[in-house]
Design a protein around this ligand. Structure first.
Ligand SMILES: Cc1ncc(COP(=O)(O)O)c(C=O)c1O
Length: 393
């Protein structure tokens, strides 16, 4: 694969495994085993069965007719919001719990921002009868309260992260700290295409089901498996990587990744990583991140907990640097308006993360026969409070 990871764990200048000595055995065990395990026929059969019968895949590819009329193109929604637990995060959680079982792990830890990855992880742990601890920033626990209750109901312990900006970055730090203290029995289910190699590659493979299905569905519905544009929002970048994966080598397909501009790129309250960031190391990989001139991580901001992260996965950093994908950003206000529009024009209340990708449509011009696919990464139930407060319903 032209844009895939090399044997050293790098995508061009980005990736690798920048980890403390104490984590080396855990990450090395994963690196040595992950490809063997996930290419095993027994693993594939169990993964496919759970995706079909538990998650409800394939997720529909829906031709959004009113959107198509409004934006003057053939617009399709890839409906990851209809998955069990309400987002794309479950695809990766299922893959990693099956891997953890095969590695003989007895305890699972995870970090979460919007709570969707936490809920997905708590869900698969309940399914397999494995202990689950989820780290979540204190601010995110307040703004995504329904997901905190969901995780507790599913039997997980939710540990508040109270350092820094009290959001996703800080939750990730706490989870890494836990893993260092529990190296033998614990597997860390990272929720995005971030972290030390092999995580970015492993998570991208588990999420690649999104574009695998999309190609087949486009062929069935339009007679052509290739669209002109593919759009997705980017926090760490897992729904975007899953949505891009099988289109990467089709160079005519334009890939558009949408980051969170927060209150505006230059407002000092933003998470638009490619605009504001430089190359450096975050959470175990070399990537692009928001940092001060002396390398301290800058606290990000977005109204959307899932996009409120100061970095992007290393494969995204590579696709950005070599211009294979276009990176844009959308403000809080633009996203919330797009969430309302989608609710009232298509009857689909999107997650605020997803609403960023939808808002990007306003900034593009299409030809009438263009086919455009947007990854609807999650549903908006968890965000109702934020929508209600903003629109004064
Ligand atoms: C619905 C939804 N979309 C997108 C994201 C962003 O994550 P990623 O960039 O890994 O897809 C999240 C993260 O929590 C999410 O819940």
């Amino acid at each position: 694969m032209k844009y895939g990871v090399n044997e050293h764990g790098y995508y061009g200048d980005f990736g690798g495994a920048y980890i403390p000595e104490m984590l080396y055995p855990n990450v090395e065990e994963l690196r040595q085993q992950y490809l063997n395990i996930i290419s095993d026929e027994g693993f594939k059969a169990e993964f496919d069965d759970l995706l079909k019968n538990y998650v409800g895949r394939p997720s529909p590819l829906y031709h959004a007719k009113r959107y198509s009329e409004k934006y003057g193109a053939n617009i399709y929604f890839k409906r990851e919001d209809l998955n069990h637990t309400g987002s794309h995060k479950i695809n990766n959680a299922i893959g990693q719990i099956l891997l953890a079982k095969r590695l003989g792990k007895k305890r699972i830890i995870a970090e979460t921002g919007a709570g969707q990855h936490g809920v997905a992880t708590a869900t698969v742990c309940a399914l397999m009868g494995i202990e689950c601890v989820v780290y979540m920033g204190e601010i995110d626990m307040a703004r995504q309260a329904p997901n905190v209750s969901r995780m507790k109901m599913l039997g997980a312990t939710v540990m508040p992260a109270s350092s820094g900006s009290k959001t996703l970055k800080d939750a990730t730090n706490e989870a890494l700290r836990d893993w260092i203290g529990n190296p033998v029995d614990t597997h860390y289910i990272i929720g995005s295409v971030v972290g030390p190699y092999p995580y970015p590659d492993m998570v991208a493979r588990f999420q690649s089901i999104i574009s695998e299905e999309t190609k087949k569905q486009l062929l069935e519905q339009t007679g052509n498996e290739l669209p002109q544009y593919v759009l997705a929002c980017v926090g760490g970048g897992s729904n975007a990587m899953g949505m891009f994966y099988h289109f990467l080598d089709d160079e005519d397909v334009k890939l558009v990744a949408v980051e969170a501009a927060g209150k505006g790129i230059n407002s000092g309250h933003s998470a638009a990583t490619t605009f504001l960031g430089q190359e450096g190391v975050l959470h175990g990989s070399r990537t692009i991140l928001m940092q001060t001139p002396d390398g301290q991580v800058v606290e990000p901001y977005s109204i959307s907990a899932g996009l409120d992260y100061p970095g992007i996965g290393p494969q995204h950093a590579h696709l950005y640097k070599i211009n294979r994908a276009q990176y844009t950003s959308i403000t809080d206000d633009e996203a919330l308006q797009a969430g309302l529009l989608c609710s009232q024009m298509e009857g689909i209340i999107p997650a605020i993360e997803t609403a960023h990708a939808l808002a990007q449509l306003e900034k593009m011009t299409f030809k009438l026969d263009d086919t455009v696919v947007i990854c609807i990464s999650g549903r908006g139930d968890k965000d109702l409070d934020t929508y209600i407060k903003y629109f004064n319903f």
